[in-house]
Design a protein around this ligand. Structure first.
Ligand code: GLC
Length: 422
C-alpha cells in the first residue's frame, strides 16, 4: 500500500517535471518570535507562496537574540539540512559568514534600493551573506496623558527622566495606581542589555565599548557614571524584576498601562496602538535622552536579515524567498503590520506607511545616526565580547561588585581576548 502510494507520488512528480510545472517545495524558515512576528510573517509571505506554488514553514524560536544565536551556531556547525533560511541579527554576519551562501548575484537589482550602509553591514569579504528585511533603532516611549496630567515635560536627559519618572510614579501611586512604574527597559543578561547599556554609555560620552579601530575604551569615568545612574533606577523607578526583562516583558508592563516610560524598538509602536491595547492613542515616541552633561543621544543600531544556509537542499527556492522577503513589496507589508523600519530607501516616502505607522518616516534620521555594536572590529569574537560586557553591566546593576571594579576586570578580559586574536 505504502509502496504503491510512493510510486504514485513519484510518477506525479515526474509528470509535473516533464510538463515543465515546478514541483512545489516547502521551505523551512527559522526565526525568533517577538510581538506578533509569527502571525505577521504569514501575511508577509502569502503573495510569494501564491505566485510560486511553494510553501513556507515558520520554525519559531525564543525572542532572545542570544538564545537564537546559540542554537543556530550548533545547527550550522552540524551541517543541519532541515533549515533553509535563518533570520539573522545584524551583528551575526561576520561570525556566521562561512555557513551561508553569497546572495550578491541574486540581489544585484534589489541591493541598490537598500540603504548602502545596511547592505555593507551584511557583506563580509565581498560576500553578501544576508539580505536585510528590517532595521531597528529604539525609542523612548512616553505616556502623553500621564505627563500632561502631572504637568511634566518630555525628559531630554537621563537625569531628567529619573526625576520625572519618580515624580509621576509617586503621584500616581498616591492616587491609588499601585501597579505603576516610572521606567521599563531590558535588563536581563543577554544581547538586549548590551544594546541598552551601549546607549547609556555612549550618550554619557563614554564611547562604544570597543571603538571602530579596535581600541578597548569601556573602562572610563563617563561609562562608569552612566551605569551608576542606571543602578539607582532598579527598585525605585524600575521594578527589581527589570534585571530579568527582555523586550516583551518591558512591553507587557508598558502596554497594560503600568509604566510612564519605556525603552523599546519600533515593533512596540504598532502593538501599543492596536485596537485591543489599553494605551492606544495615549503615548508617543522621542529619541532616547542624553546624559552626564553630554549633548548627543545614542540609539543602538539593530535589525534583522535573511540568510540561506549552504546546507539547504533547496538553495534556489530558498534564495527566491530571501529575495522576496527583502523586496519593497514584502517590506511595505511588514512596515504596515509590524511597524518595523524598512531598509528600502523609497519606503520612507510611502504615504500609506506614513499614515498607518508615523514612527517610520520620523525614525529615518534616528537609525541613520544609530551606533553600531562592535561586531565589525571584533569579528568572530563579537559574541564573547558582548557577553562579557552584558555580564559586567548586569553584575553592577545587581550590586555584585561596583561598576568601577567590574569595568576594570572587563577591560582586562577584553585585552586577553584581543590578544588571542579577533
Ligand atoms: C532587536 C534588534 C537586534 C538586537 C535585539 C536585542 O531585536 O533588532 O539587533 O540584537 O533587539 O535584544
Amino acid at each position: 500500500m505504502i509502496k504503491n502510494l510512493k510510486i504514485r507520488a513519484l510518477s506525479v512528480a515526474t509528470a509535473l517535471l516533464l510538463s515543465g510545472v515546478a514541483y512545489a517545495e516547502n521551505i523551512n524558515y527559522v526565526s525568533g518570535v517577538t510581538g506578533n512576528a509569527l502571525e505577521n510573517f504569514k501575511e508577509i509571505v502569502a503573495p510569494w507562496e501564491k505566485s510560486t506554488g511553494n510553501s513556507v514553514t515558520f520554525v519559531p524560536m525564543p525572542s532572545s537574540s542570544t538564545d537564537q544565536f546559540g542554537q543556530y551556531r550548533l545547527w550550522l556547525a552540524a551541517g543541519n539540512k532541515d533549515i533553509d533560511i535563518y533570520q539573522t541579527d545584524v551583528i551575526w554576519a561576520p561570525q556566521l559568514a562561512e555557513q551561508f551562501i553569497d546572495l550578491a548575484d541574486a540581489a544585484k537589482d534589489l541591493a541598490p534600493k537598500h540603504f548602502k550602509s545596511i547592505i555593507e553591514s551584511q557583506t563580509v569579504n565581498g560576500k553578501l551573506v544576508a539580505l536585510p528585511i528590517f532595521t531597528d533603532a529604539p525609542a523612548l516611549y512616553y505616556r502623553t496623558d500621564l505627563l500632561e496630567k502631572h504637568g511634566a515635560s518630555i525628559p531630554k536627559t537621563w537625569e531628567e527622566l529619573t526625576t520625572t519618572a519618580q515624580m509621576v510614579q509617586d503621584a500616581e501611586r498616591a492616587e491609588g495606581n499601585a501597579d505603576i512604574w516610572g521606567f521599563v527597559w531590558q535588563g536581563n543578561a543577554y544581547e538586549g542589555l548590551t544594546c541598552n547599556a551601549l546607549e547609556w554609555v555612549k550618550s554619557f560620552g563614554g564611547g562604544q565599548i570597543i571603538e571602530a579601530d579596535g581600541t578597548i575604551s569601556i573602562n572610563n569615568v563617563k561609562a562608569i557614571a552612566a551605569i551608576d545612574l542606571v543602578k539607582t533606577w532598579v527598585g525605585s523607578i524600575s521594578p527589581e524584576g527589570v534585571l530579568a526583562y527582555q523586550e516583551e516583558e518591558a512591553r507587557g508592563v508598558w502596554q497594560t498601562g503600568n509604566a510612564v516610560f519605556m525603552r523599546n524598538w519600533p515593533y512596540a509602536y504598532g502593538l501599543g496602538n492596536g485596537d485591543d491595547s489599553p494605551i492606544k492613542g495615549k503615548f508617543d515616541v522621542v529619541p532616547l535622552p542624553t546624559g552626564g552633561g553630554h549633548d548627543t543621544s545614542a540609539a543602538t543600531l539593530g535589525g534583522w536579515n535573511v540568510a540561506v544556509s549552504k546546507y539547504s537542499e533547496h538553495i534556489d527556492i530558498a534564495t527566491s524567498l530571501a529575495v522576496y522577503l527583502a523586496s519593497e513589496e514584502a517590506q511595505k507589508t511588514r512596515a504596515l503590520v509590524s511597524s518595523n523600519l524598512p531598509t528600502i530607501v523609497a519606503l520612507y516616502d510611502d504615504a500609506d506607511i506614513a499614515r498607518e505607522q508615523p514612527i517610520i518616516p520620523s525614525w529615518k534620521s534616528v537609525f541613520l545616526q544609530a551606533v553600531p555594536r562592535p561586531s565589525a572590529p571584533t569579528k568572530s569574537k563579537y559574541n564573547e565580547v558582548s557577553s562579557k560586557f552584558w555580564s559586567a553591566v548586569h553584575s553592577s546593576l545587581s550590586g555584585d561588585g561596583t561598576t568601577a571594579e567590574n569595568f576594570e576586570i572587563l577591560e582586562a578580559d577584553l585585552q586577553d581576548l584581543k590578544g588571542s586574536g579577533w
